[in-house]
Design a protein around this ligand. Structure first.
Ligand code: ATP
Ligand code: MG
Ligand code: MG
Length: 380
């Protein structure tokens, strides 16, 4: 059978493998970690660094098409693979998503509004930026995730201090937005430029990490259509191939601003595994294989509850196994565990997808699962 390849062996690579295998493909994973989550389900595991030319060439020799699950994969590795193989997304598209400034300009060039912001490359940039950016959030231009590498700054003085504490790495200062809530849209765009989008999920974060994503059809049509239109415009503008997630802020006055994008399947799109006929991971495999895009309609109201490593420890810090039987006793639930070698606090270990007949039943089931796990009931 034909082979597909993926750079990165984390949970996203693992779920990609499983979806591609269900379509009859064999999958090769490139990841330096011997015991990575995708390595144990892949048909081949190439243990090499993401920038190891010999490893990349072995991946290309074996596979008809290659993708990435890891947004900080070196763009040049994707460019190297693209010389001989279908590579989705392109190194150029991933490079844009790796740089918050390039990302913001592409989003704006696609006609999609973003928060007011300024590049902060030196202390003088803090002095010169407009007053309207305060209060704001100073973010490193590269390598931030789960709210890491960002500091809220109430004033110009705090921004000077925060930039100093970040030791002058290139930053972006964004005006703090009056959020009503946050949503995201996953888009799948194929090699011929046809694209589909999933219904938006409403995303609730805890300590900067996604806790809950709810797709129950309750985002008002005006906002959902705008967000889906924006995500598709951005994918077109980038001539993007593959699966792309765009995060949005919905402001208290109803405006929709794009926050950032991820050039891969996204945590907030995991609900598509059980809430839709075709998941975001299967779309990724279909695009690589040149197969038709699948149906993105929401079958039933669905939610995704993240399982962080904290759940593997009791109040005394002793290791324990969460009560999976209790979770699965709640109707409409499915468990997805990533088989990570070790539980650590704040580490994404798995997720529970929850379905309900309607939004109210879904909410009730989310509350029940949260109670079993001892999680605060995150209200979307
Ligand atoms: P992710 O894990 O989603 O990749 P990240 O570390 O890349 O996160 P962002 O998504 O930019 O960071 O920001 C994390 C969260 O901080 C946002 O989801 C939002 O809740 C809040 N936030 C970020 N920027 C702003 C802003 N300009 N105004 C208000 N809230 C913001
Ligand atoms: Mg991010
Ligand atoms: Mg984000």
């Amino acid at each position: 059978g034909a082979w597909l390849g993926v750079l990165g062996g984390g949970q996203l690579g693992r779920m990609f493998c499983q979806a591609a295998q269900a379509l009859g493909y064999r999958v090769a994973v490139l990841d330096p970690d011997e015991s990575c989550p995708a390595g144990m389900v892949a048909d081949a595991h190439i243990r090499a660094a993401y920038d190891d030319a010999a490893g990349l060439d072995r991946l290309a020799q074996r596979c008809a098409a290659v993708t990435t699950e890891f947004e900080n994969v070196p763009a040049d590795s994707l460019r190297r693979l693209a010389r001989s193989r279908i590579t989705t997304p392109s190194g150029d598209a991933v490079a844009v998503a790796q740089d918050r400034l390039a990302e913001k300009s592409y989003i704006q060039a696609a006609g999609v509004p973003v928060a007011a912001h300024a590049a902060i490359r030196c202390a003088a940039d803090v002095d010169a930026c407009p007053d309207a950016l305060f209060p704001g959030i100073l973010k490193t231009v590269r390598f931030g995730y789960d709210g890491k590498g960002q500091v809220r700054v109430a004033s110009r003085d705090e921004a000077r201090q925060a930039f100093g504490a970040l030791r002058g790495v290139p930053c972006i200062l964004e005006a703090l937005q009056p959020l009503d809530h946050e949503i995201s849209v996953v888009v799948a765009r194929d090699l011929r430029g046809r694209a589909v989008s999933y219904p938006p999920s409403r995303n609730v974060h805890r300590d900067g990490i996604l806790a809950l994503a709810v797709a129950d059809g309750s985002v008002p049509a005006g906002i959902a259509d705008q967000a889906r239109g924006h995500a598709l415009s951005l994918a077109d503008h980038l001539d993007y191939h593959g699966v792309l997630c765009v995060e949005f802020f919905v402001l208290r006055d109803g405006r929709v601003l794009a926050n950032e994008m991820a050039p891969r399947p996204h945590n907030s799109g995991h609900y598509t595994q059980d809430g839709c006929l075709v998941s975001q991971f299967e779309q990724q495999a279909r695009i690589m294989a040149g197969l038709p895009l699948g149906d993105t309609a929401l079958l039933r109201p669905a939610a995704m509850l993240n399982l962080l490593g904290d759940l593997w420890f009791d109040a005394q810090g002793r290791r324990r196994e969460p009560d999976w039987a209790g979770v699965l006793a709640v109707p409409g639930t499915r468990l997805h565990l990533y088989a990570k070698s070790e539980a650590r606090r704040a580490r994404k270990m798995g997720h529970v997808n929850i379905l309900g007949a309607d939004a109210a039943q879904l909410r009730e089931r989310i509350a029940r699962v949260s109670a079993v796990l001892g999680l605060p009931d995150a209200d979307a």
